[in-house]
Design a binder for this molecule. Structure first.
Ligand code: MG
Length: 377
């Protein structure tokens, strides 16, 4: 057995606490008891994501997203992760690099101690969710590679159950640019329409001239009046919309609950929630939640959020930021257990570094590779 095979077998044994490690072997050979032989080595570098189209959101416009690429190396195996920091989340290249500089993963000699490592990350600094997600994703990639399995298998999920992903369009004042955005929707089975910027109905009407594809709407907190929000929900229900995401500012929780009682469409929380501890409260104003790795501190808590929301009878949506295929493919590992996916972040950037998730006939397709399923391009 070579060194890599030994590592895989030994580490798999470590994950199975009830099984004597000495009895485990992939080849029918007795294995030696596991002795941690390495340290976790964390490295990182800033990486600016260049957007293929300007993002016109309710509260700003932008053409790039700051990011940080992360690696964790353990005995020659490398796990990849990333942080993506859209400005409204309050993190930056500086804050993520500062957090990662203060993070001492070398104190851990067992990458399978994901729970312990998360507990430690909470002690480094509060918040910093994208920074924590970058470590979590790289750690999951590393552990999956050591086990030789992708995370959807480790979680026991069926890759045939992945949903269609939505593809996002936003209003463009230039007609040629608007037409280009509409043209790119063709392969997708559901389209996400960004609203709250003043051309809401016009955008749907332009789209409807070309396609009758179902749409979902993300108002990005853009409607401040509850009566207007309800009118929009009713109008959208008549125009082939499936659900409305974050219709109003998160501070207007009571108003959102008022709209939800009267809306013909389900309401999904995005900006209103971040982590596992937020999920229960969302049931008072929303029908479902949008989980994103950059909010949830990564895959570990994202999985727990999906389990809790489903147990509460809520819908689950899986989203992403503008990210490379690294973080988007990591999220895709969870996609067989969600109702809707919005995993187009890698398609919206021009400088992806990874091969990973594929959208085939509109459907999320998880690569058959261990870990989070990516390879460097
Ligand atoms: Mg959203």
């Amino acid at each position: 057995m070579n060194r890599r095979d030994f590592l895989r077998v030994a580490a798999f044994g470590a994950a199975m606490a009830a099984t004597p490690i000495s009895s485990i072997s992939a080849f029918g050979e007795p294995t030696k008891p596991l002795k941690p032989s390495g340290k976790l080595n964390l490295s990182f570098e800033p990486y600016e994501l260049k957007l293929r189209h300007a993002f016109n959101l309710a509260k700003n416009q932008r053409t790039t997203t700051p990011g940080v690429q992360v690696q964790i190396e353990y005995d020659g195996v490398v796990g990849y992760g990333e942080a993506s920091m859209p400005p409204y989340l309050g993190e930056s290249v500086d804050s993520v690099c500062k957090f990662l500089s203060q993070t001492d993963l070398a104190q851990f000699s067992d990458p399978f101690r994901i729970e312990d490592i998360h507990e430690y990350l909470e002690t480094v600094a509060p918040n910093n969710r994208a920074a924590k997600a970058s470590v979590d994703i790289a750690l999951h990639d590393l552990v999956g590679k050591i086990m030789g399995q992708p995370w959807y298998k480790i979680w026991g999920l069926n890759p045939a159950n992945t949903p269609n992903t939505s593809y996002t369009i936003s209003y463009q004042s230039d007609p040629a640019e608007m037409q280009h955005e509409v043209d790119e929707c063709k392969p997708f089975k559901i389209i996400k329409v960004k609203m709250g910027v003043g051309h809401d109905k016009e955008l749907v009407e332009i789209f409807r001239k070309h396609y009758d594809t179902p749409i979902c709407v993300d108002a990005n907190q853009g409607w401040s009046d509850k009566h207007h929000a309800l009118d929009m929900c009713k109008w959208l229900a008549d125009n082939g919309c499936v659900f409305v995401e974050q219709p109003m500012p998160k501070e207007q929780f009571e108003d959102i609950a008022w709209v939800r009682e009267r809306s013909p469409l389900p309401l999904i929380a995005d900006e209103s929630l971040q982590r596992l501890s937020d999920v229960r409260r969302m049931a008072d104003a929303f029908d479902g939640i949008n989980i994103k790795l950059m909010k949830s501190t990564g895959m570990h808590e994202a999985y727990q959020m999906a389990v809790l929301a489903r147990a509460m009878g809520m819908k689950v949506m899986l989203g992403c930021m503008t990210e490379t295929s690294c973080a988007v493919t990591a999220a895709a590992q969870l996609s067989p257990m969600v109702d809707w996916a919005d995993l187009d972040g890698n398609l919206l950037i021009a400088n992806d570094r990874f091969d990973g998730i594929k959208i085939i006939d509109g459907k999320v397709t998880i690569p058959d590779r261990p870990g989070i399923g990516v390879e460097l391009l």
